[in-house]
Design a protein around this ligand. Structure first.
Ligand code: SF4
Ligand code: SF4
Length: 358
């Protein structure tokens, strides 16, 4: 497939320049694929060509040195080709079966776990966290590290009922896929932004700041003779959008920020339609560097799911089969007032059918 001629120099190069030659030759002509073992896939083309993929874990933020080491492995075994998946796995593809085991041995020697394919937990997709983002209510890389330390056996085996996707977003603007993952770890603010009235007039445009709020909670106000804004706290949903627009309205609060856990989302439309994640645990405290409450909570949900779900059932499908009361009972989680969706537009999500079983 030839890349179309570019009209501008804006944007990334066409992806076909980076495909392994064996993949390019069989593009769109695949016959089947197999999960040979945890972390190893084999795709077979209509021509009979076979391509082996070895998947390793990778942190989302990695050093140049680590990237160079990965590239050296790609040079050694994969004709110089590798790719990163949207969940930050690194995948090495080769058409030589004899390369698979030595590649796995080299990856393990580098400390890179191999797995994440089939009915396993794949790498956790996550956002920037305290490393980069001004809005974060928690860290992302740190939380991912401690959770995967607990769940690594589910990455390197295919022992779960179905594949299980975990996502972390460090605020509810959710640059991660928390809205549609089997288990979602979501940083939350619980207090409105503070306002630095001395700086706001110099740092921010008031109309833009007012317009930044999705809840219309910000209004212009005169404070001690200065033009500024006020926040109607009852309307604020602590999203932090205003802080993105106006640096004089910081929202991070070390005592009140924390983490919520959501379950049951999926993107796939296999068997059942895609589903949004729903609230399981409204708040856990921020307890770096190991966040034990968060890793324990996620591990508990994974273990109950692993024991109780039927083969091929995703977390959301399992919960829908047993019912939410059973989910809370089996996982020993508390059902609270925060689980009731009372947002203005929530009525459109209620079960309004008359077919209700008691
Ligand atoms: S999820 Fe929120 S805090 Fe995290 S990187 Fe995205 S905008 Fe920033
Ligand atoms: S945090 Fe969100 S809801 Fe609250 S005032 Fe800022 S933009 Fe509005």
């Amino acid at each position: 497939m030839a890349a179309p001629k570019r009209k501008t120099d804006i944007g990334p190069p066409h992806y076909d320049q980076m495909l392994h030659p064996a993949i390019k030759a069989n593009y769109g002509k695949w016959k089947s694929h197999q999960n040979l073992k945890p972390g190893v896939l084999m795709h077979e083309g209509e021509s009979g060509a076979k391509v082996y993929t070895v998947r390793g874990a990778s942190a989302r933020l990695i050093s140049i040195t680590t990237i160079r080491e990965m590239c050296d492995l790609a040079d050694k075994y994969c004709d110089g080709f590798l790719r990163y998946t949207s969940r930050n796995n690194v995948e090495f593809m080769t058409d030589k079966e004899a390369n698979v085991e030595p590649l796995i041995a080299d990856l393990k020697a580098m400390g890179v776990p191999v797995g994440g394919t089939g009915s396993s937990i794949s790498n956790i997709v996550h956002t920037q966290g305290w490393v980069h983002c001004h809005s974060s209510a928690t860290d992302a890389s740190g939380v991912v590290k401690v959770v995967m330390d607990e769940l690594i056996d589910y990455f390197t085996s295919m022992s779960l009922p179905a594949h299980l996707r975990i996502a972390v977003a460090c605020c509810l603007n959710m640059c991660g896929a928390v809205h549609c993952s089997d288990i979602a770890i979501l940083g939350i603010h619980r207090t409105p932004p503070t306002i630095d009235h001395d700086k706001l007039g110099n740092m921010c445009e008031i109309p833009t700041t007012v317009a930044s709020c999705p809840k219309a909670a910000i209004r212009p106000a005169m404070v001690e003779g200065k033009q500024s804004v006020e926040v109607i706290e009852d309307l604020c949903m602590y999203c932090g959008n205003c802080y993105t627009v106006c640096p004089a309205m910081p929202i991070a609060n070390p005592l009140n920020d924390g983490i919520s856990i959501w379950v049951g989302g999926k993107v796939s439309n296999s068997r059942t339609k895609p589903m949004f994640s729903k609230l399981a645990i409204p708040y856990l405290p921020n307890t770096p560097p190991r966040w034990p409450e968060v890793s324990d909570a996620v591990k508990n949900i994974v273990e109950v799911y692993a024991r109780d779900a039927k083969k091929y059932e995703r977390v959301g499908e399992w919960i829908n089969r047993i019912g939410w009361p059973q989910f809370f009972e089996k996982t020993n989680l508390e059902f609270t007032k925060y689980h009731i969706d009372d947002f203005t537009l929530a009525s459109s999500t209620y079960n309004s059918s008359t077919h209700i079983k008691f």
